[in-house]
Structures are given as structure tokens and as C-alpha cells.
Ligand binder design. Sequence first.
Ligand code: ADP
Ligand code: GN1
Ligand code: MG
Length: 382
Amino acid sequence: MMEVEKAKASLNKILSKFATRGEIGNVTPFGTGHIHDTYHVQNLPPGDPHYILQRINHHVFKNIPALMENIQVVTAHLRAKLQQDPQANPAQEVLTLVPTQEREWYYKDSDGSYWRVYYFIPDTVSYDVVESQALAYQGGKAFGRFQALLADLPVSQLHDTIPDFHNVVNRLRLFREVLQKDPVERASGVEAEIAFVEERAVAMSTIYHLGQAGKLPLRITHNDTKFNNVLLNKSNKAQCVVDLDTVMPGFVAYDFGDAIRTTINKAPEDEADVGKIRVDMDLFRGFTEGFLEETAHALTPNEIESLAHGVLLLPFLMGLRFLTDYLDGDHYYKIHFPEHNLQRARAQFQLVRKLEEQFGVLQGIILEVAQKNELVTRDSRN
Ligand code: ADP
Ligand code: GN1
Ligand code: MG
């Protein structure tokens, strides 16, 4: 059998373990995620649902049963909340897992790979780069609403799927360990990037210290709020938040900062020409308005204050993680060419520089929008 046919047969065999219906047609690679292998599964009979099949990266997520339990708890909670909302359409607005024939949420094959299936949410779009303020606003609404809908799910119900995921102290420690070992002898080529990291190690610890001091409440956060993890409908209205693997206890500034990172920079995350990396304040305002309309009423003053710090921290953390993976020989993220992780790190660090220049402006917009929304909420409650 040809390689392609063999691969097709093995994907079909995996799919036969799941309680799908209809007759499977083409199975094609899908999306631009860096972690899992994602496929779109076509269903031949008209009217039968299409599916998303994913090989879950178990090098990144080491406890797959705990991961899948989280996803089950989160999607069930979101679905129950949306079912109380007459305007909502839960089947299209929350991910829905398809169980295996054995009524499990994942299937482990004989090679040790883990697989899961979701219903495909049709007629949607996602964006790697955001072009308009209206779109940025929709992203803010989507992640803000996600946070608000999960506010009454006790944090103790979720496992930490990747412990210390956004903990900068942990990320700096891992970076320094790899740098010390320099396993693929790349450290001598990235002295400027190493200096960039060390110059900011203290300044980037603000959220960590506030957290340690108990000044920021732990909430259920998404923790991977890249803009392309929102599906929008054909009219560009936010419809569904995807990529729920890192939904776990965290600080609200993480979600805000990670989303801003991929919203306000019109260049791609891995832009090769750092001269093209700019901060677009209209997009910043759009996202902030959407996000705070959904969340401001529930946030503490310390959390509001922390949001601008999250905006600096998240691109710094992502650059640090890309750089660490580059120094480590590219084991974590999918790369498309040899220096891809380094290029990603450089682009993120340039974004940090641009955001540092604008810190006061960012903070001003956040405070203005937060106050407006708190007043609106207070008035509507009176
Ligand atoms: P990764 O963790 O590798 O980023 P994701 O779970 O985010 O993987 O999936 C990759 C992409 O596939 C998403 O950005 C989204 O565009 C698309 N996607 C994922 N799940 C669905 C779904 N149920 N319906 C439609 N599109 C989906
Ligand atoms: C990964 O899965 P994906 O591509 O949405 C990563 C995020 C990074 C992102 C950078 C589990 O997200 O933390 O921000 O790449 N996810 C994991 O693009 O590490
Ligand atoms: Mg994703």
C-alpha cells in the first residue's frame, strides 16, 4: 500500500473506535495549532455531522485522563449555562466530545498515541491575524464571556494539566537549565536574546509576586487565548472558544495578556521582519472593551491593575518558551523550518519592546474602559 493510503487506513481504524455515525469520507489535516495533530473528518451522507479528530500530544500533556476529565467538566458546565440562555445555541457554541464505543472520552492506540473526537462546528472562521477593531472586540467578548460563564465552577474541580504553565519563575528556571546544558550548542548564537531575558527577569515577576501575596484571586482561566482559538460565524460574530486543554486555575491577566499578544500585532506571531511588528491601539481598545464588558463587574481593583502587566508578561513568556525550545533542539512546538522557534522568539521579544514603550497608554485605556463598564453594571443593578 502507498504511504498515503496506509495513513488513511490507520486514521479510519482510529475513527472506527469512536461512536460516530454516517460514513467517513476524506480525513484531512486542519488548522495551524502548534501542539496536536488535528484532522477534519468529512461525513459522506448529507446531514450527518463532520468531526474533528485529534492526536493529543502526550509529551506536552502528561496526564491524559486528567486532561480529558477537565474538558468534560468544562464543556458540561458551559453547555448547562448556555441551555439556560434562550438566545444561545449550545451545540454550536461549546465543544462537544464524541465518546468511544467503550464510552471513554479518548482512545489509546497500540502505538501509545492518544486520540479524541469532537463534533466539527460548521460554517465558522478563525484568524491568525486580526485586521479590524470590530473583530478584536468579538475576540474580547468571546474570552470574557468564557471566563464569566466559568466563574461559578469551583476551581478545585479542575486538574492542573500543565503545572506552573504561566509561572514566569518556573519558565526562567527551565530556560536557565537548558542554557546551562546547551544540548545542541546554540547558546553562542543567541547572546542578545539571552541578555533580553535576563534584563527583564525581575520586572516580569509582578504578577507572580502579587499571586504569591494572595492579592490576585485564582479563577478558572483558558490559558491559551490565542485569537485563533475563537471560532467566529460567517458574519464575524464570536461563536465558540476552542482549545480547552489548558483550562485550569489561573489569573485573569494571563488570558487578557495572551489574547492581546495575538490581537494587537498585525504581523504574524513568527514575523521574520521585526520592523513590521507594531502595536495597534484601536485593536487594543476593541479587545479590551469586549473583554471588560463581560468581566469588569467581577474583577477586583488589583486584577484590573494586573491586566497591563499581563500584556507585557505573556509575549515575554512565549518568547522565552520559544527560545528555550530552540536551545533545547525543538522538541516542544511544531516547527516548519530549522530556525523557526528562534524567529518566533525574536518576534515576541520585539512585541514586548513595543508594548513596554506604550505601557502607560495601555494602562490608561484599561482603566477608562473598566470604569465605564463598572459604572454601567452598577447603574443597571440599581
Ligand atoms: P492546537 O492545540 O494544536 O492549537 P486546537 O484544538 O486549537 O489545536 O485545534 C486547531 C484548530 O482547529 C483550531 O484553531 C480551530 O480552528 C480548529 N478546530 C478545533 N476544534 C474544532 C471544532 N470542534 N470545530 C471546528 N473547528 C475546530
Ligand atoms: C501553543 O496549541 P496552540 O498552538 O493553540 C501553546 C501556547 C502558546 C502557543 C504559541 C499547550 O498553543 O501556550 O501560547 O502555542 N500551547 C501549549 O503560539 O503549550
Ligand atoms: Mg489552538
